[in-house]
Design a protein around this ligand. Structure first.
Ligand SMILES: Nc1ncnc2c1ncn2[C@@H]1O[C@H](COP(=O)(O)OP(=O)(O)OP(=O)(O)O)[C@@H](O)[C@H]1O
Ligand SMILES: [Mg+2]
Length: 112
């Protein structure tokens, strides 16, 4: 199983969510987060040489999926979240060793 953490623009959430549902994902978690990438948010000159770093609001989507869905889920996120402008976000992918459904104590892919 893989975990995808996608940081996206908040206004893209509905489109991304719809595309993910079409891929048959079983659950997801979202959080309102703030961060910055290479442009360090909105960079401003402040008192000559100082810069102020802004944390830009983003949405983080976390999804755990079977390995065989990875490619299509990533394609769906890119297709729906991309504007082509800086700040479109990023997708982090990691391995998940196990999942347990608390109610039934099922584990592994059955528990997704
Ligand atoms: N290396 C990182 N580690 C953790 N979070 C990151 C990292 N890079 C980006 N993020 C998160 O993703 C958000 C969007 O990043 P962003 O799209 O600006 O990345 P970028 O590398 O600057 O690419 P671009 O040049 O397209 O803007 C950031 O606000 C931050 O929340
Ligand atoms: Mg950036």
């Amino acid at each position: 199983m893989k975990k995808i953490e996608a940081i996206i623009r908040p206004f893209k959430l509905d489109d991304v969510k719809e595309a993910l549902l079409e891929e048959g994902i079983k659950g997801l978690t979202i959080s309102e987060v703030r961060g910055y990438g290479r442009q360090k948010g909105h960079k401003e000159t402040y008192r000559g040489s100082e810069y102020r770093i802004e944390f830009v609001p983003k949405i983080k989507i976390e999804i755990v999926i079977p390995d065989n869905k990875l490619e299509k889920v990533i394609e769906a996120i890119i297709r729906t979240a991309k504007t082509g402008q800086v700040g479109d976000g990023k997708i982090f992918i990691s391995d998940i060793s196990d999942v347990i459904r608390i109610r039934t104590e099922e584990s592994g892919e059955e528990a997704l």
